[in-house]
Design a protein around this ligand. Sequence first.
Ligand code: NAD
Length: 284
Amino acid sequence: MDIRQIGIIGAGTMGNGIAQAFAICGFDVTMTDISAAAVQRGLKAVDGSLERLVKKEKLTAEAKAAALGHIKTATDVNAVRGSDLIIEAATENLDLKLKIFAQLAELAGDTAILATNTSSISITRLAAATKLADRVIGMHFFNPVAVMQLVELIRGLQTSDATYAAVAAVAKKIGKTPVQVKNSPGFVVNRMLCPMINEAIFAFAEGLASVEEIDNAMKLGANHPIGPLALCDLIGLDVELAVMNVLFEGFKDPKYRPAPLLVEMVEAGYLGRKAGRGFFNYAK
Ligand code: NAD
C-alpha cells in the first residue's frame, strides 16, 4: 500500500514533531487534538522548529512555507477519515488509547493502517480493541522527532506482514531508520532507558549527588549526549512514570518500581520542560 495521506491524533510534543517530519517530506497531514488551543500550540511548535532550521540554513523559507501548507488541523477526530496511515500520539493512558482506537476503527475504512506512538502500551491489546487488528502497529518515534533517527516498529500478535512492510517503507521515506521489535512492555529502547532514568531519580532522592552532578557524571563518564535527569525533563516526567508503571505491571518485577520522588513530582505538576519545571527550571 502506498501511504500518502497521514492523520495524527494528538498535537503535543510527539504529535507535532511527527506532523513536521511527514509534512517536510511532502506528505499531507491532518493533525487533531481535543481543543483549538492544543492544536494551535502544536502548530506553533512546528512553525518554531521549522524557523530554527531556516535560521541554520538547513531549510529554505519556501520549503518551510510548503511544509506548513501540508498540515491541516482539526479538533474533531473524524477529520482523519480518508487518511492512509493514522498515527495516534495522544496522552500515554491505556483507557484513553483504547477509546481512541475504537473510534479510529470506525472511521478507518477498508485499507487505512492504525499506528500508535505509545511508549509502552501493548500493541496487541490496542489492536484487539479494533475490528482491524491486522492493520494495527506500533510506530514509536523518539524525541525530538526532527533529530532522532530511530523508529521502533512494534508488531502485535495480529499485525500483518503487509502492514509492517507499508509502515517500514513510509518510515524510510521520511528519512528514519525502522527497527522491527516484538510487542513487549517498553519495547527495546524504553525497557533499558526508562529504568536508567528511574535509577538516576533514586540516586538523586538518596542524596548521592546533585541533579547537575548526576547528569554530568553520565555525560562525561558514559558519553551520553544528555544527562538522565535532563532527558527525563525532555521526555516528560508523566511519560517516564507511565512507562515505569507499564514495565512494573507487565513484568511483575520490583526492579521496575517507579522512584517515589518521580511519583511525587508528577503529583506536583513538575512534568519537565513542557511544564517549565522538572529536575531543572525552565521558567524564563
Ligand atoms: P503530550 O502531553 O505532549 O501530548 C499529548 C497530546 O494528546 C495533548 O496535546 C493532549 O491534549 C492530546 N490528547 C489527549 N486526549 C486526546 C484525544 N482524545 N484526542 C486527541 N488528542 C488528545 O504527550 P507526548 O509526549 O506528545 O506523548 C504522546 C504519546 O507519545 C504518548 O503515548 C507517549 O508515550 C508517546 N511518546 C512520547 C515521547 C516523549 O519523549 N515525550 C517519546 C516517544 C513516544
